[in-house]
Design a protein around this ligand. Structure first.
Ligand code: GLU
Length: 450
């Protein structure tokens, strides 16, 4: 058995109860194989054995008191995966599905994603099984304060810099930062995604969505195509989906869908962005409300995963932007998209396509971008926020957006160059994984056995 396969098998044996982490490992290590076979230096330095084990893994209890005076207990996690290229960097996810497995898969992906941005950031991830949905602002604040009561001792602007992810937006970052500052008496750039009045960066909120569209644009241009006039399906209705839709409009495409945990909307005239923002960013209500204002919209309740499909992907489209969550697009969905003539898939969520769906897109040789390349705009702009904080400066919207565009283009170019080098021009999964890996692995070798 070859080196990569041996490591995958060992991890499968050791962590049979961590399916998401194993899926990410399979996707990444599987595509690193040609690079690793070609260059024995990785095996000689036990790079894979070291890469797959977090440098530090923290799990803690988060007790808090709800509005009825009852004590509730959640789990908190921070997995500091790899600090070879810089301080640990990656978001916090608050969602009932969060466990060690989910955080490990996200943290592992983050190492290579952050490497691709070319900024000085290692990989980490954290979160909790706390569900902010349906909680009052006060409950969210008390939870965030309790979460930070433990987390603060592990993080720091030169050590580990968390940010948002699913369930963690501006409100949560605010409460987390306030408590960090109170506990440490330090005002620094320990979190990114901060409010604009207190150290946040312009464009950070928009960055993941914008970046995913910039990436799609780069892929399409390489085939002499553009976004203009294209129909786009977007899943999700959080930060990533909303700003994907915004950028699609500004570059001339027509986004026609959005979804949440309860259902999806298909607005064939184009999603009403102002309404979507009002419902999701201001009122924080279900997407079902959308049809009250746009009666011609088709609303489908809960995407029926049990029936094996996500309804969003049955809408005929040219472009697909899975921007909700992991494994939201399976082989059946991929087949439907391909049958409908979809020519480009840009992942906004982390690992939204199953291994089988990914394989189908690669076989069809359409423009397909894995999340660690196409959704790296969020963390890249977090890196830009860190730079601004460190130099006590703040850049204009145009300045940050220009840097973001450059970074996304750079990621596209390095992934496609590596893909070409291996004679698989269309395979950006291989290209992105190898490009990200090379930098981390070589730096690990230079830093010795640590
Ligand atoms: N959660 C985002 C991601 O998956 C952003 C992380 C960050 O800004 O640190 O990359």
């Amino acid at each position: 058995m070859n080196y990569t396969q041996t490591i995958i098998e060992k991890m499968k044996e050791k962590y049979p109860y961590q399916p998401f982490f194993l899926q990410a490992l399979q996707e990444i290590l599987g595509s690193l194989k040609p690079e690793i076979e070609r260059n024995k230096i990785y095996e000689e330095n036990a790079i894979l054995e070291r890469l797959v084990v977090p440098e530090r893994s923290i799990a803690f209890r988060v007790p808090w008191v709800n509005d009825n005076g009852k004590i509730e207990v959640n789990m908190g996690y921070r997995i500091e995966f790899n600090s070879t290229l810089g301080p640990y960097k990656g978001g916090l996810r608050f969602h009932p599905s969060v466990n060690e497995d989910i955080i490990k898969f996200l943290g592992f992906e983050q190492i290579l994603k952050n490497s691709l941005t070319t900024l000085a950031m290692g990989g980490g991830k954290g979160g909790s099984d706390f569900d902010p949905k349906g909680k009052s602002d006060n409950e969210v604040m008390r939870f965030c304060q309790s979460f930070m009561n433990e987390l603060y001792r592990h993080i720091g602007e030169r050590t580990d810099v968390p940010a948002g992810d699913i369930g963690v937006g501006a409100r949560e970052i605010g409460y987390l930062f306030g408590q960090y500052k109170r506990l440490t008496n330090v005002f620094d750039g320990v979190l990114t995604g901060k409010g604009l009045k207190w150290g946040g960066s312009l464009v950070r909120k928009e960055a993941t969505g914008y970046g995913s569209v910039y990436f799609a644009k780069a892929m399409l241009e390489s085939k002499g195509e553009g976004l203009e006039g294209k129909i786009a399906c977007v899943s999700g209705s959080g930060n990533v989906a909303i700003y994907t839709i915004e950028k699609l409009y500004s570059l001339g495409a027509k986004p026609v869908s959005a979804s949440d945990s309860k259902g999806m909307i298909y607005d064939s005239e184009g999603v009403d962005l102002a309404l979507l923002k009002e419902l999701k960013e201001v009122q924080r209500v279900s997407l079902s409300e959308y049809i009250k204002y746009r009666p011609n919209t088709k609303y489908t309740k809960v995407q029926d995963y049990a029936k094996g499909r996500n309804e969003v992907w049955s809408i005929p489209c040219d472009l697909a932007f899975p921007s909700a969550t992991q494994n939201e697009l399976n082989a059946l969905d991929a087949k439907t998209l391909l049958d409908n003539g979809c020519m480009c898939v840009s992942e906004g969520a982390n690992m939204p396509c199953t291994l089988e769906a990914t394989e189908l897109f690669l076989q069809a040789k359409i423009c397909y971008a894995p999340a660690k390349a196409s959704n790296a705009g969020g963390v890249a702009t977090s890196g830009l926020e860190m730079s601004q904080n460190a130099s006590m400066s703040s850049w204009s919207f145009a300045e940050v957006d220009e840097k973001l565009q450059k970074i996304m283009k750079g990621i596209y170019e390095s992934a496609s160059e590596v893909a070409k080098e291996f004679g698989e021009e269309h395979n950006l999964v291989l290209g992105a994984n190898i490009a990200g890996f090379r930098k981390v692995a070589m730096a690990m070798i230079e830093q010795g056995v640590v």
